[in-house]
Design a protein around this ligand. Structure first.
Ligand code: AMP
Ligand code: MG
Length: 399
């Protein structure tokens, strides 16, 4: 952990301050068909045994377990169509995978170990009790806790909920997020680029990060470097969102209007400027329960700040863990340390015989967004003097 460095807030303190400001999630019923990526807000108990009945794991013959034998075949138990015949000594019931085990039977002899012995007669190999039988409740028992609140619904979770007969689940409401980008120099992609302009990339990158973190983008706008317009845009954003992200214009230049506008709108500053590289000019504040992030304009800084500060807030707002997966890896190349700031180095993660290796993606200038291409993780290093040598172990946060 790094302490306060001059007037910079340490990244750990910044995170703590953000998480302390996040309220409890609101909840809503969500249809399973729309559930991918949603976060559970209920404890899910199984209302039934899964599988619900004893069934066959093989195509073959349901029998009473015993030695090799010749049996009379009576009826068939097919998947979805139980047999009305019961198994008694001397009798077998033909059975298919997933079909209910007939009354009286306690084993299934797979078809590969049987042979015809004339009309309606079969030779079966030796069997042990329970052979090829899937027991009711073998997967999940009735009353068993299956998933805890805070679980993110992925394909496996959705499949398991369906196996319990659930077609909906109580989930956290997706946080509504308003995304503003500031700058007279910004042109939206798809439009002709004017002299002295650049295409706005933050709108796309931050929106995608926010959606991936579970947010619903309710407002997306480009704001010129003008005090009144900035304030009006922020006023609208504050009305319509749980989280407001505004990129650029958060420094102290004559054309940076975000801080004074936020102040005028009654957004209370919690911190400004973090001991992080890239990402120093990050601002965070609150109005009521609405969280406001003043993100750096530089595209890499904005993405790094999102990952380390806005993402944990959005996850917590949904009752999910704020922590992204972390690991340790060996640096594949030396990294120059910042004496005062934690450095977030964009790296590819390689699996080598000696374990994970983090290879910087190239020049780490905060304006070089292409350095995020192929980046699997951020290596979090420093602050410190000099250089961290190749081979040193570092903590990495997976992207
Ligand atoms: P600012 O924080 O407004 O001083 O912006 C810092 C740098 O980030 C400047 O070079 C801006 O042109 C650039 N920048 C700001 N907003 C965006 C954006 N939406 N997309 C790409 N670059 C941006
Ligand atoms: Mg600007």
């Amino acid at each position: 952990m790094i302490g306060q460095v001059g007037d910079l807030t340490s990244p750990d303190d910044a995170r703590r301050s953000i998480l302390a400001a996040v309220g409890d999630p609101e909840t809503e019923e969500v249809a399973l068909t729309a559930g991918l990526g949603r976060v559970l807000a209920e404890a899910v108990e199984s209302p039934l045994d899964v599988p619900p009945f004893d069934s066959s794991a093989m195509d073959g013959f349901a029998v009473l377990a015993g030695p090799e034998d010749e049996l009379e075949v009576r009826g068939e138990s097919r998947a979805g169509h139980p047999s009305s015949e019961a198994v008694r000594p001397g009798l077998a019931v033909r059975i298919s995978t997933g079909a209910p085990i007939p009354d009286g039977a306690d084993a299934v002899v797979e078809v590969e170990r049987t042979g015809s012995a004339g009309d309606d007669r079969v030779r079966v190999g030796r069997s042990e009790a329970g052979a090829n039988v899937r027991r009711a409740g073998e997967d999940l028992r009735r009353g068993q806790l299956v998933m805890a609140p805070g679980t993110e619904l992925g394909p496996a979770e959705l499949g398991v909920l369906a196996s319990l007969g659930r077609d909906r689940a109580l989930c956290a409401r997706r946080p509504r997020l308003a995304l503003l980008v500031t700058g007279d120099e910004l042109t939206e992609p798809g439009e002709p680029l004017q002299a002295g302009h650049i295409y706005s990339s933050n709108s796309s990158a931050l929106a995608a990060q926010a959606e991936r973190a579970g947010a619903q983008i309710t407002l997306r706008a480009k704001v010129p470097d003008d005090r009144e317009t900035t304030e009006a845009a922020l006023a609208g954003a504050l009305e319509s969102a749980d989280v407001v992200l505004i990129s650029g214009g958060v420094s102290v230049g004559p054309h940076d209007h975000v801080k004074p506008a936020l102040h005028a709108l009654g957004v209370e500053e919690r911190f400004w400027r973090v001991a992080l590289r890239p990402g120093k000019p990050t601002w965070f504040g609150l109005r009521g329960r609405t969280l406001v992030f003043g993100m750096p304009g530089n595209p890499v800084s904005a993405m790094v700040c999102f990952q380390l500060f806005a993402r944990p807030a959005l996850r917590t707002l949904q009752g999910a863990s704020p922590e992204a997966a972390r690991a340790t890896a060996r640096l594949a190349a030396p990294v120059t340390l910042s004496p005062t700031r934690l450095e977030a180095v964009r790296c590819r993660l390689l699996t080598t015989e000696e374990g994970l290796e983090a290879e910087p993606t190239g020049d780490q200038g905060s304006h070089r967004l292409s350095s995020m291409l192929g980046a699997d993780c951020l290596a979090l290093v420093g602050p410190g003097e000099g250089e961290l040598a190749a081979g040193e172990r570092v903590e990495v946060e997976l992207l």
